[in-house]
Ligand binder design. Sequence first.
Ligand code: GLU
Length: 427
Amino acid sequence: MGRSMSGKDKKFAENKVCMSSFDACMQQFNAAADLLDLDADIRSTLCKPDREIAVEVMFRRDDGSLDSLTGYRVQHNNVCGPFKGGIRFHPEVDLDEVRALAALMTWKTALVGVPFGGAKGGIAFDPSEYSHGELERISRRFFREIDPDVGPHRDIPAPDMNTNEQVMAWFMDEYEQRHGHAPAVVTGKPVELGGSLGRAAATGRGVAIITRETAQHFGVDLSGASVVIQGFGNVGSYAADVLYQMGAKIIAVSDVHGGIHNAGGFTIPELIDYVKERGSVVGYPHAESIENADLLTLPCDFLIPAALGGVINESNVDELQCRFVIEGANAPTTPAAAEKLWDKKIRVAPDILANAGGVTVSYFEWVQNLQQLNWTEDQVNKMLEKKLVAAFNRVVALHEKKNVSLRMAAYMVGIKIVAKAFMLRGA
Ligand code: GLU
């Protein structure tokens, strides 16, 4: 008798995603490496993560029993600076996915010019099934297990899917019990504990900035442009808020509970208040409900996947009716779908550019912690804007010069910087 399908197996089967996350990431890396004519030695070292850590996260349940989960930290590359990247809590976390996401961080930090390498971590579980106390014990135990491999100048974790500033506070506190005052060991902390103003909104703000730059570059008027956002968490809700302020019309949004659609556009501050009160976009008045699959294929100017990976794939890419995809999530488009989008002339602002606002402000937070000073939110936002616009311009210039997709151009910029740093250091 066959085993029952895991969530990930089901996703692969339903969406015909038959490639592992790391294979998909490496396929794109290799395409960029070919275009760069990358030295074979450098290529082979960048294909392999520097270090992979898998730990048992043992913790006590509220009923007094002992339970255990598996946690990972993959450190992909640190030639440009300490390893950097988020930690996610999600049932579909596995070593392969974390490995792929760690590699993306290496290109992302290089592309936006922050002096970090790339890493990622995660624990395979659904946090909504655990109490606050259990989450604290899980978070602390995980950080204790990876303690020898993290540090302000070694590896600096941050929030990712289903983790937040509270989890970062526990991580920091756990680390400081062994090492003394060291707020720079994690970013995305609460402001009261050394977090940066502007960090919570940074990824979404970055998505909005890249949407605006894309609109401007390709001759679309952002004011009144229609936007569909999948995901209304930390990335999607702030992206919606900033895009709304920029004059865009957000016509559909969704979260894990469901989606809503209003062709006339939502008043985003009101929707955000509603979500704060009710915990979901579902049931918001003056909107029809919409299935996730239909949301992704709505006609619109900008489609912003800001939730899970692999949601734009061979099963739905032919139905897409947007003009642009702005990747708020990491790896939301499979390589095969990305090729089809290029043929369909739907331009894609790739994850390593579109969602790089988070790690950029993480860098600002780290700098403030090391210098023991605080910047204003306005200072942070201005510097974020400058870094993202510079990265966008670099990517677009290469996209035009080489007639390659924005993703290939972004990979080429990032990989070239990492390869140069590797060569200068020597082996
Ligand atoms: N998790 C975010 C990302 O994927 C932020 C990482 C960080 O700030 O280190 O880019």
